[in-house]
Design a protein around this ligand. Structure first.
Ligand SMILES: [Zn+2]
Length: 234
């Protein structure tokens, strides 16, 4: 709540930071950029992980003017190049920076379904495809790509770091600061609760659940399920 208030104050005063980076835990960082949404600057989160092989990005900045500043900041802080960027669905708050990153020599990844939707809707596309359940390993960090079923979009995936107990949910999960389900233009609200339950059983005891927007305090999986139950019982 405190963070939301600070954000609102910053927005009102027009001083919303362009690129915000917050340390989550050892080697894990959440980055946030803003874009205009309904006449107000609205934040979107992505995450990066520092590994011995280089830095891994989950989702691109929504504000693509912040792609290069993000790469520069990771280099300054950690002396690491970004080697991979994986987008968790086709919307531009996840894929917007793909072309910039590909040109910077970064391997860009999405699922096949995301690739097809990017093509259909004219969003930047990845140059590599992830399979559902694909496991990536970079030195000490391992993560699994999970397709939970339809939810926020038909193609949304989540990323699970089993050793660190960190779940990157993206827009598939709603922050406890979100009063509603947000943009439902491509959502399947009937399938979504079951998809959330799939993630709950496959990713037990998550220490952090990172939503696509706003803060990650509390339990975003439980909160999303509650919002869906309210929405679907109306
Ligand atoms: Zn989103």
């Amino acid at each position: 709540m405190k963070k939301l208030l600070i954000f609102l104050l910053l927005s009102v005063s027009g001083f919303a930071q362009k690129l915000e980076i917050q340390k989550l835990t050892e080697d894990f960082y959440v980055f946030t950029t803003h874009k205009d949404y309904g006449g107000q600057p609205y934040p979107a989160n992505g995450m990066y992980i520092v590994t011995p092989k280089g830095a891994i990005l989950i989702d691109t900045p929504w504000d693509t003017t912040q792609c290069q500043p993000l790469l520069d900041s990771i280099w300054r802080k950690h002396k690491k190049k970004v080697i991979l960027c994986l987008a968790t669905h086709f919307h531009d708050d996840r894929t917007g920076g793909f072309d910039i990153f590909r040109k910077a020599g970064i391997a860009t990844y999405s699922s096949e379904q995301t690739y097809a939707l990017c093509e259909k809707f004219g969003e930047p596309k990845a140059n590599k495809i992830v399979r559902p359940d694909q496991m990536f390993e970079f030195g000490t960090h391992r993560f699994r790509v999970i397709y939970p079923g339809e939810g926020h979009t038909p193609d949304n995936i989540v990323v699970w770091f089993p050793a660190d107990k960190i779940l990157y949910g993206g827009c598939f999960v709603k922050s406890e600061e979100s009063p509603d389900l947000g943009n439902l233009a491509d959502a399947n609200v009937q399938a979504w609760p079951n998809s959330i339950q799939n993630v709950m059983s496959r990713c037990p005891d998550a220490k952090f659940v990172i939503p696509g927007h706003l803060g990650w305090q509390g339990n975003a999986l439980e909160h999303t399920l509650k919002l869906l139950q309210e929405h679907n019982s109306r």
